[in-house]
Design a protein around this ligand. Sequence first.
Ligand SMILES: N[C@@H](CCC(=O)N[C@@H](CS)C(=O)NCC(=O)O)C(=O)O
Length: 234
Amino acid sequence: MAPILYKIDLSPPANAVRMLAHIIGLQLELKDVAFSSMEHKSPEYVKKNPMGQIPTLDDGGFILGDSHAIMIYLLSKYGGNKSELLYPSDAQARAVVNQVLFFDASILFSRIKVVTLPTVMGTLKSPSERHLADIEEAYGMLEAFLSRHSHVAGDHLTIADLAIANTLYAGVLIKKLDAEKFPLTTAWYKKMQEEPSYKEIAAYGSSLLSQALSFTWQKCPEDLETDAPPLVAL
Ligand SMILES: N[C@@H](CCC(=O)N[C@@H](CS)C(=O)NCC(=O)O)C(=O)O
């Protein structure tokens, strides 16, 4: 039986997991969560994921939350010979990947989510200067990681790239990536957007999120930076 992934299409963490599944050729059974009616906070959902967040994985009754933990689990169980590259076993190489995964969870995605979540729920009418400065500062950290390697956590694609690329599609809708200030991040993000799994999964998530943010901010989707054509309003 295929593992079940509880998701919504515009969720960067859910899409990171889906990109990983695409890359390793793992079939997932996708189940949509009714985010706007707060299904992710319902007693039944919270029993599965005490954080009340999306995504959640159910692999034959083994239940796991957090996209980073889910990606590591799926790779170790189903990754086959792709695991070594995507999540190296060498202690130091793996530690570098972990560092960027924790950076994503604790800094980059957090600083973006404090804007996207209330916006999608319709309560934040625009990001504050402080929000923008915090996101820009996090871009600087990412640029520093990318000055060390060709990818965010090594010289090849790892699950850290999947996590960050998805987070970044949300980030750039709030704070444009300035190619002069962040040339390495800009070039790396362009490369990631060319990945078949990004085109298949994240590009759609990005365009949906662009619609949702522009709707609340009462802007045209074209005024936000996105990598996919706008869709009709959600
Ligand atoms: N660290 C988590 C973050 C997940 C997350 O925040 N997901 C959002 C949807 S994109 C969510 O469920 N937000 C609702 C909430 O945090 O209450 C992960 O990587 O899975």
